[in-house]
Design a protein around this ligand. Structure first.
Ligand code: NAD
Ligand code: TYD
Length: 337
């Protein structure tokens, strides 16, 4: 099988490519990535010379390059996106351009080239926000209610993907997953930002009261879910993918990281809240378990410790990433922290 992976130099995309080459060595992967600030080919240096792997630098918004690159492809796995909520609040336009227009360009090309499956990676954030008191979770049937420019642009892309299935018969599947964590995550996101700040002797910025809740999914569990959707998922269907643990709020996440690193709570700094901050996400993944025999296998506490160890062992990787333009972003978002 020939897979066309967009955004394969980013966090989840690179984990997915490493996972796929290990588990499906007979397949060929094309990694199509623009290499924005979030794309890093270092993530893939172990497989860059593999005969199962080709890298193409390209922009999903560019129909000509996309069409040329899609020739002979069986399956598209679409990760490429602008992915950070805080950046979407600063500069929403790029989110509409990449996440909505870029997805539409890809869908057109996939249709034209007759690909057998277009799998779209989406987020639980399209469903909006739960309260801390809610007992229900997000399911595949939950109505869309995106509340940040990021979530709105992902919702737009999901709608387009479904519209291409209904209108043109393009075979599609969608996964809406919760917050991923693990190796190679860009340190603008909460967990790697907390870990790397502490490793640099800096405090961890916690937004608002810190009682916001996310549903943490280890990235390898996510990759396995996508694998099963590609093998057994039904065209036109959506599958929710979430983590193992119950509710863990941001303050508890930081305290766990402080414990692992032997630091104390003086390293927490409460900062101005994010506008429109979603209080809580929780994902019901029972359809994915029942139809695909998938469930998360990586426990949050154990794999958080392993993730901390990964960042301790890969200082060159994140020190490189945190230099240059990252500092400008950090100062803009957090002041001179
Ligand atoms: P990321 O920001 O780490 O990586 C995004 C990748 O896309 C980068 O390699 C970047 O260079 C590439 N890219 C961006 N614009 C592009 C363009 N115009 N053309 C080609 N490539 C482009 O993102 P991530 O965290 O790995 O997320 C991957 C996908 O998963 C996204 O669609 C995101 O919305 C979704 N998602 C992520 C999470 C999470 O916790 N990280 C949770 C739910 C859903
Ligand atoms: P993030 O990793 O940005 O993911 P998302 O907003 O897409 O869920 O943030 C996870 C949670 O951590 C979210 O509630 C916002 C919070 N947060 C902080 O408290 N401080 C920070 O510096 C960042 C980046 C996030």
């Amino acid at each position: 099988m020939k897979l066309f992976v967009t955004g394969g130099a980013g966090f989840i995309g690179s984990n997915f490519i490493l996972y796929w080459i290990k588990n499906h060595p007979e397949d060929h992967i094309i990694n199509f990535d623009k290499l924005t600030y979030a794309g890093n080919l270092e993530n893939l240096k172990d497989i860059e010379d593999s005969s199962s792997y080709t890298f193409i630098r390209g922009d999903i918004r560019d129909p000509k390059t996309v069409e040329q690159s899609l020739k002979g492809v069986d399956t598209v796995v679409h990760f490429a996106a602008e992915s950070h909520v805080d950046r979407s609040i600063m500069e929403p336009a790029a989110f509409v351009e990449t996440n909505v227009s870029g997805t539409q360009v890809l869908l057109d090309a996939a249709l034209k080239e007759g690909v057998g499956r277009f799998h779209h990676i989406s987020t639980d954030e399209v469903f909006g926000s739960l309260t801390l008191e809610d007992t229900s979770k997000f399911t595949e049937m939950t109505a869309y209610n995106p509340r940040s420019p990021y979530a709105a642009s992902k919702a737009g892309s999901d709608h387009l993907v479904r519209a291409y299935y209904t209108t043109y018969g393009l075979p599609i599947t969608i996964t809406n997953c919760s917050n991923n964590f693990g190796p190679y995550q860009f340190p603008e996101k909460f967990i790697p930002l907390a870990i790397t700040n502490l490793l640099e002797g800096k405090k961890v910025p916690v937004y608002g009261d810190g009682l916001y809740v996310r549903d943490w999914l280890y990235v390898e569990d996510h990759c396995r879910a996508i694998d099963l959707v590609l093998q057994k998922g039904k065209s036109g269907e959506t599958y929710c993918v979430g983590g193992m643990g119950g509710d863990v709020n941001n303050l508890s996440v930081v305290k766990k990281i402080l414990d692992i690193l032997g630091e104390d709570e003086s390293m927490i700094e409460f900062v101005k809240d994010r506008p429109g901050h979603d209080r809580r996400y929780a994902v019901d993944w029972s359809k994915t378990r029942e139809e695909l025999d998938w469930e998360p296998e990586h426990d949050f506490d154990e794999w958080l410790s392993k993730t901390v160890a990964w960042y301790q062992d890969h200082k060159d990787w994140w020190k490189d990433v945190k230099s240059g333009a990252y500092q400008d972003y950090y100062n803009k978002q957090y002041g001179n922290g």
